[in-house]
Design a protein around this ligand. Sequence first.
Ligand SMILES: [Zn+2]
Length: 55
Amino acid sequence: MEKCSMCKKEFPVSALKEMVQIIDRKAYLDKYCPVCQAVAGNNPSYYYLAVKKAK
Ligand SMILES: [Zn+2]
């Protein structure tokens, strides 16, 4: 079990995903649970580590 960086609840490692948060042009790598991934997905300062298809 590992803690979600946002809600601080514990989840199985397989449920957590690494996301990058940009704060003051610095990137912070953290792990987020599925609920917080959805929240972060709507926040433009968070990015998934996986490469997105860019235009
Ligand atoms: Zn969470």
